[in-house]
Design a protein around this ligand. Structure first.
Ligand SMILES: NC(=O)C1=CN([C@@H]2O[C@H](COP(=O)(O)OP(=O)(O)OC[C@H]3O[C@@H](n4cnc5c(N)ncnc54)[C@H](O)[C@@H]3O)[C@@H](O)[C@H]2O)C=CC1
Ligand SMILES: O=C([O-])CC(=O)C(=O)O
Length: 359
């Protein structure tokens, strides 16, 4: 009798898992935790706790996959307003050590954020052909505001990586929300401009016939059109470009996002290269948190490098997030003209974000 009872319970559990009723998140979570109770290993290798907000999206899914492969991650929380049960179930089968948990919808945001060391935000709508990043402001500003309020409440000490566009406005929005909550630490809030560096390295390597791994181009300013300012005069290894090469490369780097939006013809913007860039940047943040020396990347941050309150430049990452912000260094005439154009556009985008958040 006892054996039959146990068998029936086991069958009922399997049936519930194979044919879940409508309230799928709770069912999957319950059945997962039941099964976890029966496991000897509780999971959770030493490492950092990371949340991805917008984890079921075009960027979110490959980003979640790649973060699950990162040995520095011990716990990975996947949050979205749709589809996280499926994405979480799928990714949780990967035989890497990070423990994956899924969270669906606003009521689960706080659980998703509590205790996190790093929060990555790719939530929000992407561009379609003919749109600028600023055209996304009306929808994405509100999304970033809500998510930032959650971060201020549940993990105010976390490092925050903002991917959602327009980055030139969403980072100032997050800063204002954190200020309102009394939790703002400028060294922990970073707008992700890594894709501009990744593109710059790729396009330069293509022109010169080099391996992109050998190339490092600092890209400063912001993350939209002319605000993306590659400093080709400071490339490593040092290389002299002809005016024609400089013109071509600057324009291609500044319009890399649009190149992808047009090629995708209405189905979205860069997702795969962005997930790669986001993981490269998140990994740098985690190595900094671990205490590694010499972790230097470009990011859009609170800054005094120019007269603007936010600006992308090279930063050194450490145990407290940003530990040093490097000056722009010597610019050539072409870059000085570019800097003036970048600052003009950036000033408006920053102000737009600040006044939205202060309303
Ligand atoms: N910083 C950068 O270099 C780049 C930024 N982006 C930006 O990243 C954002 C996301 O792009 P994709 O992943 O392609 O878009 P997507 O539409 O494929 O995915 C966005 C995800 O966000 C989720 N979402 C919407 N509202 C949410 C909320 N309140 N809380 C949590 N999740 C929410 C959606 O359900 C969706 O799963 C866009 O704003 C895009 O412009 C894209 C490429 C590069
Ligand atoms: O162009 C877009 O809308 C997405 C983005 O920021 C990029 O690919 O750099």
């Amino acid at each position: 009798m006892k054996q039959n009872g146990e068998t029936n319970q086991r069958i009922a559990r399997i049936a519930a898992h194979l044919n879940p009723p409508p309230n799928i998140t709770h069912q999957i979570m319950e059945s997962s935790s039941l099964r976890r109770e029966n496991c000897r290993a509780k999971g959770g290798s030493p490492g950092f706790k990371v949340a991805i907000l917008g984890a079921a999206g075009g960027i979110g899914q490959p980003l979640s996959l790649l973060m699950k492969m990162n040995p520095l991650v011990s716990v990975l929380h996947l949050y979205d307003v749709v589809n996280t049960p499926g994405v979480t179930s799928d990714i949780s089968h990967m035989d890497t050590s990070a423990v994956v948990r899924g969270f669906l919808g606003q009521p689960q945001l706080e659980d998703a954020l509590t205790g996190m060391d790093l929060v990555i935000i790719p939530a929000g709508v992407p561009r379609k052909p003919g749109m600028t990043r600023d055209d996304l402001f009306n929808i994405n500003a509100g999304i970033v505001k809500t998510l930032s309020q959650g971060i201020a409440k549940c993990c105010p000490k976390a490092i925050v990586n903002v991917i959602s566009n327009p980055v030139n406005s969403t980072v100032p929005i997050a800063a204002e929300i954190f200020k309102k909550a009394g939790t703002y630490d400028p060294s922990r809030l970073l707008g992700v401009t890594m894709l501009d560096v990744v593109r710059a390295n790729t396009f330069v390597a293509e022109v010169l016939g080099l391996d992109p791994k050998e190339v490092n181009v600092p890209v400063v300013g912001g993350h939209a059109g002319v605000t993306i300012l590659p400093l080709l005069s400071q490339i490593k290894p040092p290389i002299n470009f002809t005016p024609k090469e400089t013109e071509y490369l600057t324009s291609r780097i500044q319009n890399g996002g649009t190149e992808v939006v047009e090629a995708k013809a209405g189905t979205g913007s860069a997702t795969l290269s962005m997930a790669y860039a986001a993981v490269k940047f998140a990994d740098a943040c985690l190595r900094g948190l671990r205490g590694d020396a010499g972790v230097i990347e470009c990011a859009f941050i609170s800054s005094q490098v120019t007269e603007l309150p936010f600006f992308a430049s090279r930063v050194r990452l450490g145990r407290n997030g940003i530990e040093e912000i490097y000056p722009l260094g010597p610019l050539n005439e072409y870059e000085r003209a570019g800097l003036e154009m970048a600052k003009k556009e950036l000033a408006g985008s920053i102000e737009k974000g600040v006044s939205f958040a202060r309303k």
